[in-house]
Design a protein around this ligand. Sequence first.
Ligand code: APR
Ligand code: ZN
Length: 365
Amino acid sequence: MKAAVLHNYGQELKIEDVELEEPRKGEVRVKMKAAGICHSDLHVIDAHLPLPVPIVLGHEGSGIVDAVGEGVASVKVGDHVALNWVPSCSKCYYCKIGRPDMCDEASKISLMGTMLDGTTRFSVDGKAIHQFPLTGTFSEYTVVPESAAIPIRKDVPFELAALVGCCVITGVGAVVNTAKVKAGSTVAVIGAGGVGFNAIQGAALCGAKQIIAIDIIPEKLEMTRQFGATHTINASEKNVVSAVLDVTDGLGVDYAFEVIGRPETMAQAYNITRKTGMTVIVGLPAPNENVTINAFSLPSQTKTLTGSWLGQGNPSVDYPKLLDLNAAGKLKLEPLVSKIYSLEQINEGFDDLKAGKNIRGVIRF
Ligand code: APR
Ligand code: ZN
């Protein structure tokens, strides 16, 4: 089968023949139908997120269960599934307290590029190829733990189902689960990409009265209005902090979300939040980066600064719910897909992501 392999940071992915091991106990093989091209994959290519190479990237995907290993009970051959890159063990402290997004088992391997047991299912000429932790969706088939294959309704196009696995749950969840945005509040989202658009529509779902989209690409800013943005700010033309103060009667917003992954925009998100407001960091910085914020403001303005991982969600419950919301017309998935690529066109997809051309580019197998 064919897969896209990153051999060295900064290089193009190479489409090549890759061997895939049979699913082991508790694992599932999925015939991929669609895979979203997310900035987290680009972070790996840019060596910003230090996963080992060679590696099959991709973590936002959907497909059909094609084989199951011993003991698999929650899915069967033929089921449609959306993949989950933070499977939970249900045994660790965090799973037990209802925070599967913080599962210790999943965290342990988050920078290893492997399955839960530290091994990988992909190889070329007997040499192991890593995989985006527990997934590896830029491949015609992949093998994942049972808890990473979430059964979903069959009437959803695979391109849309793929998106719930990362950009939708991450963006909507940051707003709904982490911030618990209240109706009538004011919200700013810095970074209108695949994840940011979902934070915007999450804020609209919560009934926010003012939603300020901030980006550097005018076409994308214009489109955010379809998802509920009431104001837009072009960060390459305006000082973001004063522009936000201007449209919030000098107060700042109740909630700000950083959805890029840069320390400067994280500080900006904190600085546009009003006294007692909440800042949520969603974008992924490199592991060694730090953010500078004014220390005195913490006690004197009593703001909350927090983060959100996988939208603080629980995929087995949330994916079906998000797809139901889409079917009910409350969540827009179709307009998030800007362009469809073949696996062979994956490097073009990454170029378009870098150039900020797409909300989401999706590979169709
Ligand atoms: N100010 C405002 N917007 C910016 C700036 C800036 N200084 N720099 C970049 N942007 C915008 C880009 O124009 C783009 O629209 O941020 C957006 C980022 O979107 P995508 O590249 O589509 O990234 P996405 O896949 O949404 O991921 C965003 O969340 O999960 C994490 O790892 C992921 O860190 C990444 C972040
Ligand atoms: Zn992602």
